[in-house]
Design a protein around this ligand. Structure first.
Ligand code: HDE
Length: 706
């Protein structure tokens, strides 16, 4: 149900600005779009009770016409998304680096709107696709909107914007039959990738667990490109942007992801919605990596190359502020669907670099909004409006909302007193950083971009053993779905350049001979270019491993918002159940009681306990851990309960039971001494186990029938 404005858990300048646009029909008469009160919304106007319907029925026509036009084109990429409102606050003034107003005063809360998304799937596709996640933040600053339109991975597939349509055509469903939906596991994607060695670093990320997050609230965000900060003195430095989730970074297993897609395709969307509704507001710290101008060429990679990251061990991430999402949208279409992000929405103190991917993006986003939202007035849609008043000489166009008064709509003018007037820098006027450019016009790529594998290797080598296994399994899965043998061979050939064990294990899974290390078939150059200029040029990285790249090193000290399944039936022992539940709730977790049927069950003393879900509507894959209180005789011959426990074990989750009666019926009976399996232990041990998220070491040893 849409929230009434008065029920808002929070208020900020943007939410206040949206207030006049919120509409509720509560207590009101129904009207036409022209305000005419409607007397009968159930019957069309007919010639006699049995028809025919009359063309004159303007009420019917208005209603159906509006309905016919309810859909707008979905985003060409990032179509599937979920959004929320929140606030951002800087910890201390960043004046040393930037004059951006919203990064100066720790007492100022800047309203934000955030949209998370998958990239490849259509608007109605599953949340749990193996994919990159979009992480777009619109800061409604006093100096205008600043959009940080990032992803949950710090690098990208390609180095030049001109390849983006090719990349997206390759990953989207194949054009002849529109199969498969929201999946990169098909020929055209891997065909393109296997001919584009610059994508190898990003492929490592996309095949890693980062591509299947447990929650949108448990993933990092990155601006990817190197940007510039400029301070009040006009001094510039390079900057990379990071978002670090306070709940840590966690993922699901691939088998689990696929099953969640069937059990609850809205898993991430619902998780975000419910966390905010229940007041467990998602939080991220905002981090920056600063590189002084004079260090531009200090690294074994080019800062302008979006397929490279700056290891945190070389340039630490300075945490400079916090973002909290504290309010769900009132209307998905009006807000999440109509929000329009653009990396070119800037404020003074922040500027671009010449990263050729970023430069192309700066064209694309306004262009795409024109076809998606249908008019150059998309900035007037409430969610897109700046809280700083907008005045200029742009006029008219479809769906213009503003009524510009006065005679002048041009500059310079005298009839309007010369207004709106330009602002000096001292008055907040934006000026572009005056970077010196002294160059020939060329269609080419810098030689400094030609290291295709070093950081892919760095990423793979920095992963824990289970994470490496997941990458291997992901590649076996994806390439296993590729039908063209030559594509698989090219891909495994490229993997040999990253890590030979990786390549040979993937080859083994595909039943292919292990190829000898091969030179990549790079085709990313013009017809008259010299191929030698586009060959791989490995650069020695300053480190062999970057612990910051492994999710295994993510903080594991909280069970806040974790979903715990409690399996029970009539006759359950109510006492330990109560103690465990109280302890879990006190730590911020959520418990759901799952029983053979809905309604209520009776505990051993005959007291009624409400059931949250039946085994029919629940599934182990939508929970983080499972607890089995004593008194489970009623579940001993329940196949769903046994499957639930086996599957939880297979997905490496914490399992706690007051006694092992029910466990004896499951695969776990053989595994009672395994880490994360707790029988008769106090809640404290279970809480610690849930905080570990997963016991991945189980994976390779077990053949769980689930
Ligand atoms: Fe985007 N991208 N992109 N992209 N992108 C869009 O704009 C584009 C790229 C990203 O929640 C589109 O409004 C080009 C990198 C996010 O509404 C479009 C290139 C990164 C979102 C577009 C890139 C992103 C988009 C489609 C290569 C991470 C969702 C709908 C040069 C830094 C925004 C829209 C939202 C959306 C173009 C590459 C992030 C077509 C041409 C790299 C998070 O304009």
């Amino acid at each position: 149900m849409a929230k009434k404005p008065t029920e808002s858990p929070s208020s900020n300048k943007k939410l206040d600005e949206l207030q006049p646009d919120l509409k509720s029909g509560a207590g009101q008469f129904m009207t036409t779009d022209q305000g005419l009160k409607i007397n009968d919304d159930n019957n069309s106007l007919k010639a006699g009770e049995r028809g025919a319907t009359l063309l004159e029925d303007f009420i019917l026509r208005e209603k159906i016409t509006h309905f016919d036009h309810e859909r707008i084109p979905e985003r060409i990429v990032h179509a599937r998304g979920s959004g929320a409102h929140g606030v951002f606050q800087v910890y201390e003034s960043m004046a040393k680096y930037t004059k951006a107003g919203f990064l100066q005063d720790p007492s100022v809360q800047t309203p934000v709107f955030v949209r998370f998304s998958t990239v490849a799937g259509f608007r109605g596709s599953t949340d749990l696709a193996r994919d990159v996640r979009g992480f777009s933040v619109k800061f409604y600053t006093e100096e205008g909107n600043y959009d940080l339109v990032g992803n949950n991975m710090p690098v990208f597939f390609i180095q030049d914007a001109i390849k983006f349509p090719d990349l997206i055509h390759a990953v989207k469903p194949e054009p002849h039959n529109e199969i498969p939906q929201a999946a990169s596991a098909h020929d055209t994607f891997w065909d393109f990738i296997s001919l584009t060695p610059e994508s190898m670093h990003m492929i490592m990320w996309a095949m890693s667990d980062r591509a299947i997050p447990r929650s949108l609230r448990m993933m990092e965000g990155f601006g990817i490109h190197t940007f510039r900060f400029i301070n009040a003195k006009g001094k510039s430095c390079f900057v990379k942007f990071h978002w670090k989730p306070l709940l840590g970074m966690h993922s699901v297993a691939w088998d689990e992801a696929q099953k969640i897609s069937g059990k609850n395709a809205d898993f991430h969307r619902q998780d975000l919605w419910e966390a905010i509704e229940t007041g467990a507001f998602p939080e991220w710290e905002f981090g920056i990596q600063i590189v002084p101008e004079e260090d531009e060429h200090k690294y074994p990679f080019d800062l302008l190359d979006p397929t490279k990251l700056i290891p945190e061990e070389l340039v630490p991430v300075m945490k400079i502020g916090k973002m909290t999402l504290n309010r769900n949208v009132d209307n998905f279409f009006a807000e999440t669907e109509q929000v329009a992000f653009h990396p070119g929405h800037l404020v003074p103190g922040i500027d671009f670099t010449n990263d050729p991917l970023l430069q192309g993006r700066l064209f694309s986003y306004t262009d795409t909004q024109l076809s998606r939202l249908g008019s150059p007035n998309f900035h007037e849609i409430p969610i897109n409006r700046s809280i700083n008043p907008v005045h200029n000489n742009q006029r008219d166009g479809h769906m213009r909302q503003q009524i510009n008064v006065g005679k002048s709509s041009y500059h310079p003018n005298s009839v309007g007193g010369g207004f709106p007037q330009q602002a000096k820098v001292s008055e907040g006027g934006f000026t572009t950083y005056e970077e010196r450019i002294d160059a020939r016009k060329v269609r080419a790529r810098s030689k400094s971009f030609m290291d295709f594998f070093s950081q892919a290797t760095l990423f793979f080598n920095s992963q824990s053993e289970p994470e490496q296994n997941h990458i291997i399994d992901a590649l076996r899965f994806e390439l296993g779905k590729v039908e063209t043998v030559a594509i698989r061979e090219r891909m495994v050939g490229l993997l040999t350049k990253i890590n030979t064990t990786l390549a040979s294990k993937v080859a083994e899974g595909l039943g292919m001979p292990v190829p000898k290390p091969q030179e990549p078939l790079n085709q990313s150059y013009g017809a008259d270019a010299n191929p030698a200029d586009y060959q791989d040029q490995p650069q020695k990285q300053s480190i062999d491993k970057s612990p910051a790249l492994s999710m295994a090193n993510s903080p594991k000290d909280t069970i806040k918002t974790r979903q715990i399944a409690v399996l029970a039936a009539d006759g359950v022992d109510g006492n330990p159940l109560k103690i465990m539940k109280t302890a879990l709730l006190a730590e911020g977790a959520q418990c759901k009681l799952i029983a053979p049927h809905g309604g209520f069950i009776k505990d051993a003393k005959g007291e009624a306990i409400p059931v949250d879900m039946s085994f029919l509507t629940a599934a182990s894959v939508i929970f983080d851990a499972v607890y089995i209180p004593a008194g489970t005789k009623g579940l001993l011959d329940n196949a769903d309960a046994i499957h639930f426990i086996n599957e939880s074990y297979r997905h490496c989750k914490a399992i706690a039971a007051d006694d092992d009666t029910l466990l004896q019926e499951t695969y776990v009976a053989k595994k009672l001494a395994t880490p994360g399996v707790l029988v008769g232990k106090i809640p404290k041990d279970f809480i610690h186990a849930i905080a570990q998220h997963r016991f991945w070491e189980r994976e390779k040893k077990d053949k769980v029938p689930a």
